[in-house]
Design a protein. Structure first.
Lengths: 356, 205
């Protein structure tokens, strides 16, 4: 009984080994279509229809064999890709996948278009179409082509208009310039109001109004992400005061205005702290002063040379004494000179040391 | 009005250090009260805490000056020392090789009466005194005396031959070099002089 069981076990083990060592080549009528960027293989061979009919272990086995064959083909394709060892000699072998070619279907529903604005509805009703306007307009006064609006516009600078005629039915006491300014302000305000209303209407209608800055798209650059991260940190109940920082976020809270406005110490802040900070700074400044003063060395050298020149002049009159004088001067001179030369070199080294 | 930033404080101290060396500590850390520097409209003022608290209650547009004006920052952030700082700097002026001076509690308006024994001084001949007071540099021909061991670009206090302080300067040449240069070379750069009290009467704060 035990022997039969052992034999059965051995046979099963042998079979398993044989299965593992089965040939990796798979025969298919039609070649598979591969999209290695997506790790995709498409098999267009018609399956044996008769075998797939009806659920059952035979069907399962067939499906499994099919899956195994196709996977084998895909993996063979992957092994043929150019590969390299990531992280040096002992690292894993990494294949370089090509760009994906298969277009994946949408994950979310497509964005709804925004509803037309009041003007757009009216224009559609009346059949008004956009007239393409030229960007330059001929200015008769200046006899040249000027912009339609903006810097040096065609009608002259509106802020420099020195004449404002009183219209026929208007009150003669009224200030026309003030009226023009007021009306411009009202126009601008009305325009802004309408723009905001359109935005609100579009938002209410449920169209995907671009609140893009706050949702990650994968195409944002570093500054945008930084801004988004700041907004996210501040969007807590305590406005981000107790929020732990990300590993590489700066320690001090970044300024609310995004770094545009300079912030100074408070005027009557802690004066003792200010004083201690200034004393500290003074200590640093005085410590960094080089110990060797190059100008002093140069002056010393010059004085030495003057003394030598004076001695040499005296020596010219009395040659014997001069020789003795010169001989006496030489060791001292070389000593001082080399000393002066050494000092600048040391000075340079010290300067390099503190600077580097 | 605001306190000076780190960089600004450093600039100011470096400039003051050229004239009074380590004695800036005596300005910052005074035994008789807390004094501080404040910046108002690009000018650096030195004032006591009590005065600061009073000045803080004045609106910014109406505030003209406060305490003592030491100098101003130019548009390119360089610090220009003004003659109004003379009262404070002359008594503390940089000591050469002499002994450490006891700090004066409050410098008086007659600095020459309290001038210490050793400081970097330059005496100017009567002929070029007026030229200096008009804002010109001091030439070798107008140089009367100069302290021994003055380094180049050392801050100096300029005196007339009668020991009347005329203002500040920066030594353009060291004492040794001064002896060798030709008479028309500049030996002291003009920084500030007492003639500014008359010339810049309306802008001096």
């Amino acid at each position: 009984m035990a022997a039969v069981r052992v034999e059965a076990v051995l046979a099963a083990a042998e079979e398993q080994e044989a299965e593992k060592r089965r040939s990796i080549t798979v025969e298919k009528e039609l070649e598979l279509e591969y999209d290695l960027g997506n790790l995709l293989a498409v098999d267009r061979n018609p399956p044996p229809a008769a075998a797939l009919r009806g659920a059952g272990p035979r069907r399962e086995a067939l499906l499994q064999a099919l899956a195994r064959d196709n996977t084998q083909l895909l993996v063979s394709q992957l092994w043929e890709l150019p590969a390299e060892r990531a992280g040096g000699a002992g690292g894993p072998l990494v294949a370089q996948l090509p760009e994906p070619t298969f277009r994946l279907p949408r994950e979310k529903p497509p964005p709804k278009p925004r509803p037309p604005t009041r003007w757009e509805q009216f224009a559609r009703l009346k059949g008004i179409r956009r007239k393409k306007k030229t960007s330059l307009v001929w200015d008769e006064q200046a006899k040249e082509w000027r912009r339609r609006w903006g810097y040096r516009r065609a009608g002259g600078d509106p802020s420099r208009a020195w004449l404002a005629e009183v219209p026929a039915g208007a009150d003669p006491e009224e200030d026309q310039f003030a009226r023009l300014r007021r009306e411009k302000r009202e126009r601008v305000a009305r325009n802004e109001l309408n723009r905001l209303r359109n935005l609100a209407r579009a938002h209410r209608a449920g169209s995907t109004v671009p609140a893009a800055p706050l949702h990650p798209t994968g195409h944002q650059d570093r500054d945008e992400l930084r801004r988004v991260a700041r907004v996210a940190r501040v969007s807590t109940a305590s406005l981000g005061r107790f929020q732990p920082r990300l590993p590489k976020e700066p320690a001090e809270p970044p300024s609310r205005s995004g770094g545009k406005k300079r912030r100074f110490e408070p005027l009557l802040g802690n004066l003792a702290a200010e004083r201690s900070r200034q004393l500290e700074m003074l200590r640093d400044m005085s410590r960094k002063k080089p110990v060797l003063d190059i100008t002093r060395a140069v002056n010393k050298q010059m004085r030495q040379e003057e003394a030598e020149a004076a001695a040499a002049n005296k020596g010219k009159k009395q040659s014997k004494r001069g020789k003795r004088g010169r001989r006496q001067q030489r060791p001292g001179r070389s000593g001082k000179k080399s000393g002066a030369r050494r000092q600048p070199q040391q000075q340079k080294a010290a300067g390099g040391g503190t600077g580097g | 009005m605001r306190p000076l930033t780190e960089a600004e404080t450093r600039t100011v101290f470096e400039k003051l250090g050229k004239y009074i060396g380590e004695n800036i500590q005596l300005l910052v850390d005074r035994p008789d009260g807390t004094y501080c520097f404040r910046l108002h409209r690009d000018r650096v003022y030195y004032l006591s805490e009590k005065l600061l608290k009073l000045a803080a209650s004045v609106p910014r547009e109406s505030l003209v000056a406060l305490g003592t004006c030491f100098g101003k920052f130019t548009k390119s952030q360089k610090f220009r020392l003004r003659v109004t700082a003379l009262d404070f700097l002359a008594p503390y002026a940089k000591v050469g090789h002499g002994p450490e001076l006891a700090p004066l509690p409050r410098p008086l308006t007659a600095p020459h009466g309290y001038a210490p024994l050793l400081q970097y001084k330059v005496w100017v001949k009567p002929g070029s005194e007026q030229s200096f007071l008009y804002g010109n540099h001091v030439l070798k021909s107008g140089l009367g005396r100069i302290t021994e061991n003055t380094a180049q670009y050392q801050g100096v206090v300029v005196y007339s031959m009668a020991d009347v302080p005329l203002g500040f300067g920066v030594a353009a040449k060291s004492t040794q070099e001064c002896r060798k240069v030709d008479p028309l070379a500049i030996v002291v750069f003009h920084q500030a002089d007492v003639g500014e009290y008359v010339r810049n009467e309306d802008t001096l704060t």
